[in-house]
Write a protein of this length. Structure first.
Length: 231
């Protein structure tokens, strides 16, 4: 089998880290990024999967760092480019209460920066590769029918979904597979200890979805079990 190559952005912990680990277990070559120069978790994975993990540093909110990474990866071709980015706020903070600074931070990191990254790095994907971003079931407008909190987080993920759909509309002949991935409620720093899924359960499912959708083209909003999430 031809070796598959992945670029995973935001891989220092949680969903991103778990997905890197799952792909390495499946014999992928992975380039993984974090915002820190020295990431001990990724370094440990590199030792376990000798020769198949390359580490890079980038903060996707800083355009100069994104441009520099794009330049460093000249000549690379990835079967998967996945941007995993997510910050949140106090669960019960409503739109009436949230500060402008917090609102701007969530919209920048959760929606604008991931899609700017996809725009810049589309030329680093193979011709039939996958461009993916970590969305959330919380971004579903259809399912937002009861009070569960995280109003601005929900809005930022809905904005991400809309921007990806706009990207797809502007590239109707693009053969790339486009995925909005909803990992489920996962026991991470963001999801909290009461969440129903472990990182391993969620990311094993996401890896299955990514591999199943490879080469199919089009845009889909899918959860960790491969089910379509309502827009």
């Amino acid at each position: 089998m031809t070796t598959r190559h992945a670029l995973i952005i935001g891989a220092s912990r949680g969903i991103g880290f778990g997905l890197v680990e799952r792909l390495l277990e499946r014999k992928w070559q992975v380039t993984a990024t974090s915002r820190r120069v020295d990431d001990s978790g990724l370094a440990e994975l590199s030792g376990r999967f000798e020769g198949r993990l390359h580490q890079e540093r980038v903060d996707i909110d800083l355009e100069d760092q994104v441009a520099a990474l794009h330049q460093r990866l000249t000549g690379s071709a990835f079967d998967l480019i996945l941007v995993n980015a997510g910050v949140t706020h106090d669960r019960w903070e409503t739109l009436a209460e949230v500060s402008t600074e917090t609102f701007q931070r969530l919209m920048l990191t959760n929606a604008l920066s991931p899609m700017r990254f996809i725009e810049r790095f589309q030329d680093r994907a193979t011709s039939t590769g996958t461009l993916a971003v970590t969305s959330s079931g919380q971004g579903s407008i259809t399912n937002n029918t009861r009070v569960t909190g995280w109003e601005v987080y929900r809005a930022s993920k809905s904005a991400l979904n809309q921007l990806m759909r706009s990207y797809a509309a502007r590239h109707p002949q693009d053969p790339h597979t486009l995925l909005l991935l909803a990992p489920g409620w996962v026991r991470t720093e963001l999801g909290g200890p009461e969440a129903s899924l472990s990182v391993e359960q969620s990311t094993a499912g996401l890896a299955d979805v990514i591999e199943a959708q490879a080469g199919r083209g089009g845009l889909q909003f899918l959860d960790h079990s491969g089910q379509t999430v309502p827009w």
